[in-house]
Unconditional design. Structure first.
Length: 288
């Protein structure tokens, strides 16, 4: 593992391996984001016969797509062999940071809530553009910077109170502005980044932690503390969560910010912006 790696990819894989058997009990967020991604695909008039589901988990997105967008052949891959095996159909274990596919293999690459664990995100996007055919489409969802802001605050506050310092407890996520810039840097055309927030309420903070573990989404930051959280610190964090955020009925909210990325491999047929100074209507007239 490089000293520059933000995430421990082996830990990400281990967490997914553990989660694979029972992820169906915790995959509500994957299904919600997957439905939103599939809706974007339905807005496109062309078809995508050869498609890749990158970071497929147990195949939730493939089941949602179910041939939408004219998909005739869907390849699914995941960092976890157990996840890939549970996806079934045409599935394999593969790393988003080292894609094993030939150039211009796919009309569509879709990725649902997986790429926020990638260390070299610019490199991953370059590889995706490489395996797309000309005028091929990339659709992806990933967690954004405001995800789990409540949990982040309470864990940091509890550690400061109980231990006099804070360690990385919640993954750093990509900002919406950074996501658009990364798509452009990777050479994609017509990049669009949309943002949505899903708020889930729980009977208690411990239920949230159980869901995160069940999805394989617990802390995999390379600089995380390698020992278990002290019981006193964890209890303090749970108490702070309830004190700061409990609603009238006693339930607590958890925010998941979803970034949806849409971009195309460049092609001559695509729309292009007009050159500066080519407009024929004065700006002042447009505001009248």
């Amino acid at each position: 593992m490089s000293e520059f790696d933000i995430f421990d990819r082996r830990q990400v894989q281990r967490q997914r391996e553990r989660a694979a058997a029972k992820i169906g009990e915790h995959d509500f967020l994957l299904r919600e984001a997957g439905e939103s991604l599939a809706d974007r695909l339905c807005d496109v008039t062309r078809t995508f016969p050869q498609a890749l589901d990158l970071g497929c988990h147990s195949g939730e997105l493939g089941r949602i797509l179910n041939g939408r967008g004219g998909i005739e052949r869907l390849i699914e891959c995941d960092l976890s062999p157990k996840m890939a095996a549970s996806a079934g159909r045409l599935a394999l274990a593969a790393d988003e940071e080292a894609l094993p596919f030939a150039a211009q293999s796919f009309d569509l690459v879709a990725s649902n809530l997986s790429m926020h664990w990638v260390n070299d995100l610019p490199g991953c996007l370059l590889q995706i553009r490489h395996i797309l055919k000309d005028d091929g489409l990339f659709l992806g969802t990933m967690l954004g910077g405001e995800t789990l802001k409540e949990l982040r605050r309470c864990l940091q506050e509890a550690e400061l109170q109980e231990e006099g310092g804070a360690s990385p407890r919640v993954s750093p996520f990509v900002d919406v502005r950074d996501a658009g810039a990364l798509l452009q840097r990777a050479g994609f055309a017509l990049p669009v980044v949309e943002i949505d927030t899903i708020t889930v309420t729980y009977a208690s903070p411990i239920k949230l932690l159980a869901d995160l573990r069940g999805m394989g989404e617990t802390n995999a930051v390379s600089q995380r503390r390698k020992t278990c959280t002290r019981r006193k610190t964890l209890l303090r964090a749970l108490a702070l969560y309830e004190a700061h955020y409990a609603e009238g009925d006693g339930r607590i909210p958890a925010s998941f910010q979803i970034l949806t990325l849409t971009a195309w491999r460049p092609h001559a047929s695509q729309q292009k912006p007009l050159p500066p100074g080519s407009g024929r209507v004065p700006l002042a007239d447009a505001f009248r």
